[in-house]
Design a protein around this ligand. Structure first.
Ligand code: FES
Length: 145
């Protein structure tokens, strides 16, 4: 006999509904699985190469890797650089730079890619800054405290 809303008992309908809700939760978790499992920013060694300044358009940011962790490397002015963990402070997805902003694909947070500041929630805090400086046209890590 085909199953239709008329011949399914109330408990059976509740089970189907519960399974649907559980499935939606699993999809949500899977969507958040694209980022690193750690919200801790990478801690590079002083002098470690991060990017080449000329690879970054002035006023924008690019994606890079630092010890295997995704980072954003920004060039706020012609001769300065900034670096941030690309791990969203909401639930850990990897944000993607586009111009002077960085977008999280999971729940829509938007960051200022030049400062790390939250422009649109739900991210609760700015991207973690990674201290860098420019030396001979290269963006390198600076010593941390
Ligand atoms: S992980 Fe939720 S907005 Fe980025």
């Amino acid at each position: 006999m085909p199953v239709s809303p008329d011949n399914v008992s109330a408990p059976a309908r509740r089970s189907v509904l519960a399974a649907g809700i559980a499935g939606a939760g699993a999809l949500t978790l899977a969507a958040c699985g694209g980022g690193s499992s750690s919200l801790t920013p990478p801690k590079p060694k002083a002098g470690q190469h991060v990017a080449t300044l000329d690879d970054i358009p002035v006023g924008q940011a690019i994606s890079a890797q630092l010890d295997g962790d995704p980072v954003l490397v920004a060039r706020p002015t012609k001769s300065t650089a900034a670096c941030f963990s690309a791990i969203c402070t909401h639930q850990g997805c990897t944000v993607r730079p586009q111009g002077a902003k960085a977008f999280c694909p999971c729940h829509g947070s938007v960051f200022d890619a030049l400062t790390g500041k939250v422009l649109q929630t739900p991210a609760p805090s700015p991207l973690h800054a990674i201290p860098v400086e420019v030396k001979n046209g290269e963006v390198v890590a600076t010593p941390t405290g």
